[in-house]
Design a protein around this ligand. Structure first.
Ligand code: NAP
Ligand code: GFB
Length: 325
């Protein structure tokens, strides 16, 4: 991208990951970095155009004529939202992805970076999972709709490359959290759900806090601001169509119980944590290898989990009124 003027369209620009990229890009602008002088960034949410709709998608591309696209827009949600809406997750995401990638092809976009997820890998697999295993076997039942739709992005990327020479690639983040997350009770992922529900319990002076499931499942979590920096690195440096995992190390995988304890500490909650084992656990683990990332970007430093949780809890307390609650 160096030297040339680029117009970068971020679909899903109003969400957790989109807003983190905006924070990092705004920071680069303030520092007047070389990249920031040559890049125009456009962050779009669903109000700017419903990407399930082909003509609305084309209108967005006609308006901005992007040279590059970071494609984040998706129907997204935590375990319980996925379990209740697998069909919607499949249909909405298939439509959005087909529209965005085809418009990118028609408008001769030089590079598209789309977003997969570590939850799309086969449920029954060897560990750690890596980028070569995306299509190996059925995903976990809880989110098969989202998973198959995400896998099809990789199929589209390969097709556009083989048939038309396009550089459309994808990244595979583990679970993401941070400022601007979705804190709504019915749809959120575990970290924003626990942060919001613990704040409610503290406001009501309740002596116990209930975590759903056994607390035993294990997850890798990446801070949205770290993921944003890695997204920019991929956009500017990674030229391969094959996906690349953007995850913390395998050793940083945590049980949900440890996540709850870290949030308790950040909130300063003094009550007891209990586990509601009548609720689903979801996939036990999906340990991902970041070997490829570590080999290409050797000196990247992830924010320590506790620091990132403390910042996210502070952000939520300061922004609760305007946040997605
Ligand atoms: P998010 O906070 O829920 O944001 C989703 C974004 O997509 C919002 O900007 C939303 O716009 C937009 N969007 C949804 N439906 C749309 C539609 N029909 N037309 C146009 N825009 C639409 O999600 P996120 O966590 O930032 O996720 C970003 C990407 O990362 C997604 O592709 C997701 O699959 C992937 N990912 C997320 C996680 C995670 O743990 N969060 C993990 C792995 C991968 P409005 O808000 O304006 O409606
Ligand atoms: O982030 P999460 O909803 O999704 O985490 P997944 C679910 C885990 O956290 C399960 C436990 O073990 C739940 O039992 N948990 C405990 C809770 N309390 C809560 C709570 O209040 N809310 C929620 N949501 N969970 C998702 C996929 O899987 O991973 C999505 O379903 C997505 O498609 C995401 O891609 C990255 O990690 O299980």
């Amino acid at each position: 991208m160096s030297g040339e003027k680029s117009v970068i369209l971020v679909t899903g620009g109003s969400g957790l990951v989109g807003q983190a990229i905006k924070t990092v890009v705004d920071n680069e602008k303030r520092q007047a970095t070389e990249n920031s002088k040559n890049e125009i960034w456009i962050f779009c949410g669903s109000k700017d155009g419903d990407l399930r709709d082909k003509s609305a998608t084309e209108a967005l591309f006609e308006k901005y004529k992007p040279t590059h696209v970071i494609h984040l827009a998706a129907m997204v949600g935590g375990l319980f939202h996925n379990m209740a809406h697998n069909l919607d997750f499949f249909r909405e995401n298939m439509a959005i992805n087909d529209n965005v990638l085809h418009a990118s092809f028609r408008y001769k976009v030089k590079k598209v970076v789309s977003c997969l997820s570590t939850c799309i890998f086969p449920d029954k697999t060897s560990y750690p999972i890596d980028e070569t295993m995306v299509h190996n076997g059925p995903p976990h039942d809880s989110n098969y709709g989202y998973s198959y739709a995400k896998r099809m992005i990789d199929v589209l990327n390969r097709g556009y490359h083989l048939q038309h020479g396009c550089t459309f690639t994808s990244v595979i983040p583990c679970n993401v959290f941070g400022p601007h997350d979705n804190f709504r009770l019915e749809t959120s992922h575990v970290i924003p759900a626990l942060i919001r529900r613990m704040d409610d319990v503290m406001q009501n002076g309740e002596p116990t806090f209930s975590v759903m499931g056994t607390g035993k499942p294990r997850r890798q979590f990446i801070y949205s601001l770290d993921l944003a920096k890695l997204f920019l690195w991929v956009l500017r440096n990674y030229e391969n169509v094959e996906p690349i995992m953007l995850s913390v190390d395998e050793d940083d995988e945590l049980p949900i119980s440890a996540v709850a304890e870290t949030i308790k500490q950040a909130h300063g909650y003094t009550g007891d944590i209990v586990y509601d084992t009548s609720k689903a656990d979801g996939q036990y683990k999906k340990t991902a290898s970041n070997k490829k990332l570590r080999s290409l970007y050797k000196d990247f430093k992830f924010t320590p989990f506790q620091v990132a949780i403390t910042e996210t809890v502070a952000w939520f307390k300061q922004n609760r009124e305007s946040a997605r609650t």
